[in-house]
Design a protein around this ligand. Structure first.
Ligand code: SAM
Length: 324
């Protein structure tokens, strides 16, 4: 397939940077230009399911290679989404060796569950329908998560009668939560179970097989970075973390090895933020001009969203209906 992007290209798009390259190598130095990040959020390939690289592929080597090249600073938080993987009807701990390595080089700070909504339809060989994945959290030094979740019960329990601002139906004072002598805080830190429905792709999104939802990336970004920060995404896929960064006034520096997926990132960004311009580093040319120069005809994305991609779109819509 002809792609606009070629390996080694860097696209600058509204202050974000997208490298078509291998995040397990020093090539990310060109992307980062000496900058470090407070947050890495990503979803790597799960085990050896798909062949992303030519030749032999070893999951542990890929992960250790990526982690050795993290542009970290003292308070970098590393959040990595992984799902279970089954071989011969048995789940495999494909992350064991990498996790051991992480324990020797980073602090294993947290292990969270991503509740993805209803279980997937189907008969799952005698087990419950999949509806969760994990997020592994590493750091050197802790950083308090931002209080981003609306709080109803944050604070400390106070006995009925001590505060009479909340009354039950019979008019009696109920027990309430409060901070000692202070009003309840409006927001609290997030729970360790992240409840966000899985992605139901439409339009360009159906062209990548493993997209996570934008709100999932937004949740992590809002928890562990501030406006203006750079978020690092070493397995960018269709660019979901990048979209979430733009929506939340952060910058995303990301790496994707497959040129065709980098093209999807740029097309998806254009689609979501129509006034933007992706400029090829080292030139003054934008995505459309580079496409023309390299003799690549761009798909009509407006048409794609209107009509979808035939069966793939139908599939996406029927999956979406399952969850409504
Ligand atoms: C699970 S997908 C990420 C999907 C992403 N979260 C999204 O929402 O679109 C993993 C991606 O990592 C890319 N990848 C695999 N090996 C890589 C490497 N060594 N460097 C950079 N990207 C890589 C794959 O091409 C794939 O698009």
């Amino acid at each position: 397939m002809n792609t606009v992007t070629q390996p080694g290209d860097i696209w600058n798009i509204d202050g974000h940077r997208v490298l078509c390259g291998d995040s397990t190598t020093k090539s990310i130095d060109r992307l980062m230009q000496g900058k470090t990040v407070p947050l890495l959020f990503t979803s790597p390939p799960y085990d050896n399911q798909r062949e992303y690289k030519q030749g032999s592929f070893n999951w542990t080597e890929m992960m250790i290679g990526m982690c050795k090249n993290i542009p970290f600073q003292d308070d970098t938080q590393v959040l990595i989404n992984l799902g279970l993987f089954y071989r011969k009807k048995e789940w495999v701990m494909y992350w064991d060796e990498w996790m051991k390595w992480m324990g020797e080089h980073w602090k294993r700070a947290g292990w969270y569950v991503w509740d993805q909504g209803w279980g997937l339809p189907g008969d799952w060989s005698g087990r419950f329908a999949p509806s969760h994945e994990f997020v592994f959290h590493f750091n050197y030094n802790e950083r308090r998560p931002n209080k981003i979740v609306k709080s109803i019960t944050g604070g400390q329990m106070v006995k009925a009668g001590r505060i009479d601002t909340i009354r039950n139906k019979k008019g009696k004072a109920d027990s309430v939560y409060t901070h000692a002598g202070q009003p309840i805080q409006d927001f609290k830190i997030p729970d360790s179970v992240v409840r966000i429905n899985r992605q139901a792709s439409v339009g360009i999104e159906v062209e990548h097989p493993a997209i996570f939802p934008i709100p999932f990336a937004e949740f992590m970004i809002k928890s562990f970075s501030n406006e203006g920060d750079i978020v690092y995404e070493p397995f960018a896929g269709s660019g979901t973390t990048l979209m979430a960064a733009e929506l939340n006034k952060r910058k995303c520096y990301c790496v994707e090895i497959a040129p065709e997926y980098v093209d999807i990132i740029i097309r998806r960004f254009y689609r979501m933020f129509p006034n933007s311009a992706a400029i090829l580093e080292g030139t003054e040319y934008n995505f459309q001009e580079v496409a023309q120069d390299r003799g690549v005809e761009l798909p009509n994305d407006d048409e794609l969203y209107r009509t979808g991609t035939g069966s793939k779109r139908k599939e996406a819509i029927s999956t979406l209906m399952e969850y409504l």
